[in-house]
Design a binder for this molecule. Sequence first.
Ligand code: ATP
Ligand code: MG
Ligand code: MG
Ligand code: MG
Length: 481
Amino acid sequence: MKASEIRSTFLKFFESKGHQIVASSPVVPGDDPTLLFTNAGMNQFKDVFLGFDKRAYSRATTSQKCIRAGGKHNDLDNVGYTARHHTFFEMLGNFSFGDYFKHDAIQYAWELLTEHFRLPKDKLWVTVYSEDDEAYEIWNKVVGVPAERIVRIGDNKGGRYMSDNFWMMGDTGPCGPCTEIFYDHGPDVAGGPPGSPDEDGDRYIEIWNNVFMQFNRTEDGVMHPLPKPSVDTGMGLERITTVLQGKHSNYEIDLFQNLLAAAKNAVDFAAGVTDGSAGCDAASPSLKVIADHIRACAFTIADGVIPSNEGRGYVLRRIARRAIRHGYKLGARAPFFHTLVHPLAVEMGEAYPELRQNADRIFAVLKTEEERFFQTIANGMEILEGALAGDTKQVDGETAFKLHDTYGFPVDLTADVCRERGVTVDSAGFEAAMNRQREQARAAGKFKMAAGLAYDGVATAFHGYEHLVCETSKVVAVYVD
Ligand code: ATP
Ligand code: MG
Ligand code: MG
Ligand code: MG
């Protein structure tokens, strides 16, 4: 089954159960300032769950474009390194707005997986919220999943495992306990079952989350019961496709194979690899990063975002630059990333016509962005070459910091180049310069507050794109690889 058939089988199955098929909303949420990008199928129904909005239907099903590269659900750093995470992915979902609840949700999920998709029952594991005896009983007594494959998991506040069976859209909004379905990819893959200490491996992969929407969490942390208990589910199309195509990693499915090949060609061409030689390693995680990121960038631009230094445009810029740096790492010395827009439109344009309609514009936006970043890289390289001249054995922290802070030349690119030349970077010196910079920024902020002055523009030097993530509600400092 191709990914496109799996998508339509899902939607038709729920249509046959009385669900209205609703189109995906854009990746940029319409009027929700709490959200950077659409991160789940339920986002477009948030007000329906909260009781502020009414629809002509009480059951819906969607295939939703999602981006998880910032905010509460941020998978950016995982991409390329786990078998299952993307920045952009499609979430298949079914929703009940005060209609059916736990019984039907669980039974629909099981019916679709085992009867229509014909997954072997003994490969499926489920988790339930630790206190949710009702969900436990439905799985065990009604559906017949043996107790040894049902795991109770709490809300993991400060716990040591990553599992968390209380789903929240963000810090505020609809939320509730959930039950998740995992697929066991077999003993050849490292990793333990959900709830075990090595659960973050890729053997047991979560495919579907069924959330029992019961509360609205407000900013003060209070959980207000929703007008009617509801259901919100999400299954990653790429993950279920991986299982159904007998693969282990999402990057092995039909959709990604062509994109990965296009990424390799583009990188090799930009690296000046001539016919006959093998070019970069086809299995490199960097190619996965590039194939993933072109989807996030293209869909984001198609929905109206352009690269900038703040908010959504900043996240877009950060994703694009991360992809370009991975290409650089593989040898690309000229813009290549934007050339993947058309291969992507061929791959996904039928399901998402906005990709085809906007392909030329997306190409142009990314090309400009990429040319700029390659110029930044070229400027930085000149300075770095200067620092590497002679028989230098170490690049000092001040230089690495200046490259990063003033020239926007990422510190890990400095580290990569140095590693290739057998030179080290004084990372303690870099950290010290960074801390000094932070202190200065803080002191400047305090001074302004004390003096009662209005904010009048940027007080300090540009900190580098790789350094700050701006969200709509807060600014968080992070490093990316
Ligand atoms: P994980 O624990 O694997 O990070 P999650 O618990 O964060 O997943 P949910 O918020 O429950 O994911 O989202 C519902 C479903 O969407 C998941 O069961 C999975 O199939 C899919 N999904 C979530 N995050 C991603 C991602 N980054 N890339 C691809 N699919 C994803
Ligand atoms: Mg996650
Ligand atoms: Mg999970
Ligand atoms: Mg989950």
